[in-house]
Design a protein around this ligand. Sequence first.
Ligand code: ATP
Ligand code: F6P
Length: 456
Amino acid sequence: MTVNGEFNHDMRRVPTGEFMTPSRKTNGVGVQAEDTKICVVMVGLPARGKSLIAQKVVRYLHWLSIKAKTFNVGQYRRTNTPNPSADFFDTSNSEGERLRRAAAEAAVNDMCKWFAEGQGLIAILDATNSTKKRRRWIQERCDAEGIETLFVESKCDDEDIIMSNILEVKTTSPDYVGQDPESAAQDFRNRIRNYERVYQTIDEDEFDLTYVKLIDVGKHVIINQIQDYLQSRVVYYLMNLHIRPRSIWLSRHGESQYNLNGKIGGDAELSERGEMYARALPGLVKQSVGDSRKLTVWTSTLRRTIATARFLEFEKLEWKALDELDSGVCDGLTYAEIEERYPDDFKQRDEDKYNYRYLGGESYRDVVIRLEPIIMELERSENILIVTHQAILRCIYAYFMNVPQERSPWMEVPLHTLIKLTPKAYSTQEERLKADIPAVSTFREKGSSAKHQEAA
Ligand code: ATP
Ligand code: F6P
């Protein structure tokens, strides 16, 4: 953690504020934000994962400080028709058609208003948008408002996947509250049949549109007319998604000599208790993972994570991007020493921990940017165990659990604890397994004294 090159004090703070608002600045991920407005238009039959994709894209963009919002036409439709039966979606049902059209218009109107008020950069219009006519209408509406469109079609004809999607999320949808799951599933299949009668996949007639077609959950991907950096970023993210069941395990390294002394950063060895955690970790992992599952272990390039993972009998990979937040000139100091030597900085960090950049070091915002390839790789992968550091773990955890920036740097992540995250359809499940090995607490609460405290 050396301090190289020149820097000046003003460079340490990046623009504050929760999210990037449109201006000729970059938010550190290279986004040319001025005037950018993109409507991601979902396309596909029901139960093709459109809402799940929309929700994941929004979470990913928020994590990158790009303000995004989903406009779900189903939610607008529920205001006039909360519990429709399959007949409602039959195109020969003129009242149904009228109400569905009204819902789509209300969503598009609200989306245009949202853009016009400068509230964000990317909107996701989540609906089936299953006919060429409907897509053309959206395209023209967006063109008139200076909004770029990116159509994202999810096409999947695998009956087993569709059936399991229906059972996983549709029978518990608000459309079917109080109904028995079997009749809900049957009705939903009839709903799909009604859509199938009119559904038009995106084809050569629509070559002028910007689109990505994800076929069979991304096994095959077709991309057309991608215009700019932000669009290609979203497309790349979509190409990496999969829905195979898996979990991600997160652990901090075992207690280090620096942790014992209350010092931050560095490349210290494990303490005696940290060493005990390293020896206990294979058992803890076995307890949580079971015998059959294969996993890959990722560590940082620092000694304390490598030593912690060394008894795990799995393939291992070291990532520089997983190294702890660089605390620059404060590396090797205790919080109390930082408060004494750099009182203004100490205060500034408390005021805005996410954006505060250590002199010659990094901020949490910087860390998120360098972790982006890790997130992308995690999305592509199956079972991964990451042994890393407090700040890094907070950022990865924040991505999966959708933790806002003002909270993520302040989350308590105890040592000697294995966290298991399991992505589900619309959320991520969490379990924690604590090793029975004491460790100091390295957590310092906002506004608290900088005094180092031994854990109970
Ligand atoms: P609706 O049109 O009724 O709103 P939808 O297309 O939005 O349906 P979701 O509610 O998102 O469908 O369905 C979620 C289910 O889809 C989950 O079970 C998820 O595993 C699965 N899924 C996610 N991505 C895909 C995909 N690309 N293709 C097929 N299924 C997927
Ligand atoms: O104290 C352990 C540690 O991993 C330090 O090396 C690092 O600077 C710190 O945690 C990050 O946590 P915070 O951002 O709360 O200071």
